[in-house]
Write a protein that binds this ligand. Structure first.
Ligand code: NAP
Length: 257
């Protein structure tokens, strides 16, 4: 079960954190993985890790915010690989702020990576899947797409949009054998979280780490591998009846507070 053998997968932002864990897990399950990253050094590290474990991977420089460039990347991958089976839209950035202190520039920047970046990759990815007769897409949203926490105005808005795009793509491509689902991770311990704590709470990092861990009903943060396992399942043939659904991987945050 859960084999991805023979499948071509693209994971965006796979140089770090959740994306890296997804790329490693996909390769372990037999997929050939293209690591799309703005950070080429980080992409190279992920590829090295995969190859050292006997998997197949390739690093591709890609800034998901650049529409035409993203299109070219997907067109080329479609030709080189002979199609696309799995697309994981994972690249994203954090932002802290409410409506009064979020600047227009900050709002635009968050939207451009977290929402337009997903739009750009969906466009490129769905075109390739239509050519190769179907596929599975997983968009990494967040618990804050459907619940409020303080000071995440722009970030939550972008993730709500990711969820809405998930439903739209699932509906539009129901009969094209393209499934599109979303994962709503709770707080997962990655460089994204460490960077957030260091930037916003430089003087009490340990206390903030403890507080953020205790926020999850299970009492800890998640691990990137725990999100990756859900992505593997959603792209496997065992998930063939699942489309247009959000899946919480959140230690109980959304439903068992
Ligand atoms: P991360 O460790 O910061 O990894 C994100 C990766 O995406 C980084 O390698 C980053 O490169 C890359 N990236 C940023 N902008 C990009 C762009 N324009 N084009 C291509 N790649 C780009 O983050 P993470 O914690 O693994 O988060 C991954 C996803 O999960 C994000 O969408 C995030 O919103 C979501 N999520 C995370 C959590 C959590 O608690 N960690 C919770 C819910 C949802 P640079 O390092 O160079 O910026």
């Amino acid at each position: 079960m859960f084999s991805l053998k023979g499948k071509n997968a693209v994971v965006t932002g796979a140089g770090s954190g959740i994306g890296q864990a997804i790329a490693l897990a996909f390769a372990k399950q037999g997929a050939r993985v293209d690591v799309l990253e703005i950070n080429t050094e980080a992409a190279g590290e992920t590829v090295e890790k995969i190859r050292s474990e006997g998997g197949e991977a390739n690093a591709v420089e890609c800034d998901v915010t650049r529409h035409d460039h993203v299109q070219e990347v997907f067109d080329k991958l479609g030709i080189d690989r002979g199609g696309l089976d799995c697309l994981i839209n994972n690249a994203g950035i954090a932002h802290v702020g409410n409506i009064t202190n979020t600047s227009e520039d900050d709002f635009d920047r968050v939207m451009s990576v977290n929402l337009k970046g997903v739009f750009n990759c969906l466009k490129g990815g769905v075109q390739q899947m239509l050519k190769s007769g179907g596929g599975s897409i997983v968009n990494i949203a967040s618990t804050v797409a459907t619940m409020a926490i303080n000071d995440r105005l722009a970030y939550s808005t972008s993730k709500g949009g990711v969820l809405a795009m998930t439903y739209a793509v699932a509906k539009d491509h129901l009969h094209d054998k393209i499934r599109c689902n979303a994962i709503q991770p709770g707080r997962i311990h990655t460089p994204f979280v460490d960077g957030f704590i260091a930037k916003n709470y430089p003087d009490n990092q340990e206390e903030m780490f403890r507080k953020l861990s205790e926020y999850q009903p299970v009492g800890r943060m998640g691990k990137p591998e725990e999100v990756a396992a859900m992505a593997v399942f959603l792209c496997s043939d065992e998930a063939s009846f699942i489309t247009g659904s959000p899946f919480a991987v959140d230690g109980g945050t959304l439903y068992v507070r």
